[in-house]
Design a binder for this molecule. Structure first.
Ligand SMILES: Nc1ncnc2c1ncn2[C@@H]1O[C@H](COP(=O)(O)OP(=O)(O)O)[C@@H](O)[C@H]1O
Ligand SMILES: N[C@@H](CCC(=O)OP(=O)(O)O)C(=O)O
Length: 471
């Protein structure tokens, strides 16, 4: 009988442009791509299900068309991406074909998942491909993407994809071996960070960019990690130039999971055996507890002694260098994940602190008009909007202090609203114009004001989604 730790995993591997193409020549790194292919096929043969999110359409297009630098003009970039995506998928297909592994191309824009039915269709297609033993290769549909419907970077796209298929692991493969306290390209003394428990507590400098071909740098990787971990997915940043590390890291984490019992890591298996190529003693408890504390480069192996109950005491083999973001212990439900990350916000509804408390408490309520302070943007019923918390008293006091009323008052109000905290997203039952008319009032007054009342709520509680730190 198989041990539970042998449960097949769903693994999303994101490869940035810098991992596929040379930064200067834009030539594909065939050797490294081949190693990636070998690793993915090994994972497949071990029974795991793998999705690749592959960047580099634009870089491949630049190479194919002999254009040295990415142009600024949107239509030109889109045309280049169309040429490059063709080359990119052809190359992946050819490399995987050598090992008899079928692949599929999936190109997405945010529009494709903005409708719940379409989102579920995309998820079902991905799951069906995995079920058929195919490796889906996902990229943003750069040729159709304009600003309004763009994911913008493949780190975010990979996290949404991982959420869609309820993955166990998201690997963000890049040209550095993890997150550092500062950009290691600029500061060789930057310290690597091994485990991150709470991204909001991180104090690292990610302000500088990376390769000239990459889009997001580390910032978008942190956004992606936040998204994926909120859905219960362990997220790993590691170096793409040694793809075999993916298997090493997975084995190590499965082993840790066994050591930690039911705690922390997302790989839901229990009672694992120690992988033959790992020795026992490093349950990583110290690292988890230290959360975001950076470790010196030489300190990647925990030195704690094993507890007496854990008998074997061989020195642990250190896992390949990586940064691991621990998943939330109470992952967000799929629908709420979709509202928060799949839907584009069409405006904002400002709510007071009382409403915020009511809609985020354990037995949460829907959002009533009485708790709404203001509304921004033009949107229809059933569209998604951001929820922003505003302190009514602060607003009232600031307005009271304004001399002259009129425009001065409006400016002060706008400034206070601007400072509100975005806490989540909602699908609303009323349009922006309607909300502007009923905000601050009792639900019983909706009908007399609007001539109808579809719901007592501005947003039903099932249509309110919050980032975990706000719950
Ligand atoms: N604190 C940091 N830790 C690690 N890397 C960082 C940090 N800040 C910025 N970076 C940069 O982020 C780059 C990776 O992002 P990017 O170039 O967009 O890669 P990709 O194409 O793989 O998405 C690294 O090459 C590194 O220079
Ligand atoms: N979709 C684009 C890549 C966008 C992107 O996020 O790039 P990267 O930062 O290198 O992962 C392409 O295929 O060229």
């Amino acid at each position: 009988m198989k041990h539970k730790d042998q449960r097949p995993l769903t693994i999303v591997i994101k490869l940035g442009t810098s991992s596929i193409c040379d930064e200067v020549t834009h030539e594909p790194g065939i050797a490294n791509m081949s190693l990636i292919v070998e690793t993915v096929v090994k994972l497949r043969r071990e029974g795991h299900r793998v999705i690749i999110v592959s960047s580099a359409a634009i870089a491949m297009g630049l190479k194919r068309l002999d254009i040295p630098k990415r142009p600024k003009h949107l239509a030109t970039v889109q045309a280049i991406a169309a040429v490059g995506q063709c080359r990119l998928i052809a190359l992946w297909d050819e490399l995987f074909r050598q090992l008899n592994q079928p692949v599929a191309q999936i190109l997405l824009t945010r529009n494709d998942i903005a409708d719940r039915a379409q989102y579920l269709n995309a998820a079902n297609t991905l799951l069906e491909l995995l079920h058929m033993g195919v490796i889906p290769i996902v990229n943003e549909n750069d040729t159709l993407s304009v600003m309004e419907i763009k994911f913008g970077d493949n780190d975010t796209l990979s996290a949404i994809t991982a959420g869609m298929v309820n993955a166990d692991y998201l690997f963000l493969m890049t040209d550095v071996d993890g997150l550092y306290t500062e950009n290691p390209r600029n500061n060789p003394d930057a310290l690597p960070i091994e485990v991150v428990k709470d991204i909001s507590q991180l104090t690292v400098d990610v302000s500088t960019g990376g390769s000239s071909v990459g889009t997001g740098g580390m910032v978008t990787k942190l956004v992606a990690a936040e998204l994926a971990t909120s859905a219960g997915i362990t997220t790993i940043i590691t170096k793409s130039s040694v793809p075999g590390n993916i298997r090493g890291i997975i084995k190590y984490l499965r082993y840790l999971k066994g050591q930690e019992g039911e705690r922390n890591t997302s790989d839901k298996s229990i009672n694992p055996t120690v992988p033959s190529d790992l020795s026992v003693s490093d349950p990583d408890i110290r690292l988890s507890a230290r959360s975001i504390t950076p470790l010196a480069p030489t300190d990647s192996v925990a030195r704690d002694s094993p507890s007496p109950s854990r008998t074997p005491c061989r020195t642990p083999s250190p896992p390949p260098r990586h940064t691991r973001f621990l998943p939330q212990s109470h992952p967000m439900r799929d629908r709420l994940f979709w509202i928060l990350h799949g839907l584009k916000s069409h405006g904002a509804v400002y709510i007071d602190t009382g409403a915020y408390k009511a809609i985020t408490r354990a037995n949460r309520a829907g959002l009533l008009p009485a708790g709404v302070v203001d509304v921004k943007g033009t949107f229809s019923a059933s569209e998604a909007v951001s929820l922003v918390v505003i302190d009514r008293k602060t607003l009232a006091n600031a307005e009271k202090d304004v001399q002259g009323g009129g425009d001065a008052n409006k400016a002060v109000r706008a400034a206070i609203l601007e400072e509100g905290e975005v806490v989540g997203k909602a699908i609303v039952n009323y349009s922006s114009v309607e909300i502007a008319r009923i905000m601050g009032l009792k639900s019983s007054e909706i009908e007399s004001l609007l001539g109808y009342s579809d719901s007592e709520y501005i947003a039903h509680r099932d249509n309110l989604a919050f980032a975990p730190k706000h719950l």
